[in-house]
Design a protein around this ligand. Sequence first.
Ligand SMILES: [Zn+2]
Length: 447
Amino acid sequence: MISLQFLGAAGTVTGSKYALTVGKHRIFIDAGLFQGTPEIAALNHQQLAVDPAQFEAALLTHSHVDHCGYLPRLVGDGFAGPIYCTSATKELTSLMLHDCAKLQLEESLAPLYGESEVARTIPLLKEVAYRRRLTVVPGIYATFHEAGHILGSAWLELELVENGETVRLVMSGDLGREDAPILKDPEPPVACDYLVVESTYGDRLHSTEPIGPRLIQIVHEAMDRGGVLIIPAFAVERSQELIYLLAELDPALPIFLDSPMAAQACQIFESHRQLFDQEARERSRLAGGLLAHRRLKICATSSQSRQIFQNRPPYIVISASGMLEGGRVLHHLRRSLSNPKDTILLVGYQAEGTRGAELLAGAESLELFGEEVPVRARVEFLDGLSGHADYAQINRWLQQLTEPPRQLFLVHGEPVSLKAQQTRINAWPGWSAEIASLNQLVILKED
Ligand SMILES: [Zn+2]
């Protein structure tokens, strides 16, 4: 029997986690944390529907915590197999997991794991090249393809063979936008029997407005007001993209990248130039580095971070976390949120239940370090920097298939978004889309 079980990102955006069974062989595909509201985060503490000790390997599409952050818990629960991923994913994941363990100890009364599980997980990460067919276990063959979502990200082509019969499965992982800065575009999908596709933006389209002019306008307005421009951004990918875009616009302002993790991620980016798109490779060659910019100051240590406050505004601070859930950005917010001269620029997806989502929805105050801080700063939102394709792009990606899959499963979206995509795709001749539910087990091939 060949089966796929949805252990996360089913009816919600986070917690991507799948159990794939071919005969007696079992592997995981992604193992991410649930994030967002307390109810969703509580799912991390529920007993997993499967026993990790019985799994032989794992495939990891990319290094976002909602795809890799549960791996150390699997290891803590007895999983000891290889975790296959691309080289950039391997490096970025070890960065993410150390950070995750730290956050858990700081924030959670019942951490899912600690540094010792992370230390046992990292040696299990095994590098695979893109477009190389890998034998994961007998009967499961995987090929990693460019997903254009974050450095090293992949969608997976899986050939599942049992008793001489082959089932083809494509797992989209998270798909990026066409023409995203730095990254190559997602590779088109391959013919398959089953396809699992993300629906983060199943009900929304990104703005078609070019990012550069809008970003420079926001920068100029912040400069005119003489205030600080704070850009909360994920330490990995979004921060590098912002630096890349700002370097091109060359604003006459100091730019501080205030995040030790972003600083390390910058080095990982610089060592993977072969993964950049042509423009980024060219710029990186000319400038002597992708992120080389004379006004950029990378603040890795906390004393470098504190020194930022000694500068006279205007200046720009890029700092994590992107949804204002933790990290150094909170210290910047504490100073700036109630200052009408300052600007907070939100640039990415803001998940339900996060401070970022509250701010975006027009909250009058935010809770920071146990205090309610009134929002008097200007709040801006820059669309088009999201790491996820919108539904039009996802659907263009799907429609490159000449034959529809037998069944398509929609995951990684809020309920409204999943429903919108389901309705749209089911209207295509020959297509059948189903919204996966948590712990649902789908038989891909009977005995
Ligand atoms: Zn992702």
